[in-house]
Ligand binder design. Structure first.
Ligand code: FPP
Length: 248
């Protein structure tokens, strides 16, 4: 069968794709290795998917790399993930530069260890003039945290008299989220056969198409991304309207 990439409609490439990268631990167990090995292998999937997204012209790719809830994992796993992030950012920055990829991050970044934060800030700055794919890493991220934070800021500004209740609507609210300025993802992918959203982009995925695959994250490659985009392109997005209305 012809590769999914060649079958994609270039006019209907999602601008923003979000991915819940799941199954690293199970992948490692399957290979008789420690969980951390699964995370390490997951970095290769990240590289492949970033490359693939850039190739077909996706504008924003958001990866759920570390959730607020992940802080509850055993300390050695959290530390290993932080080390991995430092190394991945360090080792991949040159390739990201070559591929014209910009980097950004969402989440409670002040909670990240100083070493991660410094590497991240450095790399974000280094890649800031790039004009290709915007790679968004969700780190210490949870959607409820993000929404509550937005509410706190809005309330504070209301108390200061800068905002009136009637000024609040969904467009305005979205400007107070970490994803301000980025269009909502048209497509959300989750690997590893789990059918959950896990506190990820709850506001932003109101009308996203959801794509679930049994593949574990370390087995996921750009060809799987193209398959998900192909599947997305063959769905009818009605946004609450009828099929007939879409033809008008
Ligand atoms: C979920 O698998 C994955 C994570 C919590 C971490 C994801 C991190 C990476 C892929 C590596 C670093 C990322 C970047 C952007 C460089 P799991 O551990 O929950 O797997 P399980 O459900 O099988 O236990």
């Amino acid at each position: 069968m012809e590769a999914f990439k060649n079958r994609l409609d270039q006019q209907k490439i999602p601008q923003h794709i979000a991915i819940i990268m799941d199954g690293n631990g199970r992948w490692a167990r399957k290979h008789g290795k420690a969980r951390v090995f699964g995370h390490q292998s997951g970095v290769e999937s990240v590289r492949s998917v970033v490359e693939g997204a850039g190739e077909v012209g996706v504008k924003h790719l958001t990866l759920y790399a570390f959730s607020t809830e992940n802080w509850e994992r055993p300390q050695y796993e959290v530390e290993a993930l932080m080390e991995l992030l430092v190394h991945a950012i360090e080792n991949e920055s040159e390739l990201l530069m070559k591929k014209n990829v910009r980097l950004s991050a969402i989440g409670d970044l002040l909670k990240m260890p100083r070493k991660v934060k410094e590497k991240l800030d450095g790399s974000i700055k280094y890649l800031s003039a790039n004009t290709g794919l915007n790679l968004v890493l969700a780190l210490s991220y949870s959607s409820k945290w993000e929404i509550v934070n937005a509410v706190k800021t809005i309330v504070a500004e209301a108390i200061e008299g800068k905002i009136k209740p009637e000024m609040i609507n969904d467009t305005m609210f979205a400007q107070y989220l970490n994803t301000a300025g980025i269009p909502d993802p048209e497509l959300l992918i989750r690997t590893s056969g789990e059918y959950r959203i896990s506190n990820f982009l709850l506001w932003q995925i109101a009308y996203s198409e959801l794509f679930f695959t049994e593949k574990l994250w370390p087995d996921f490659r750009k060809e799987d991304l193209f398959k998900a985009i192909f599947d997305f392109q063959n769905r009818e997005r009605r946004f609450g309207k009828t099929s007939e209305q879409l033809l008008m």
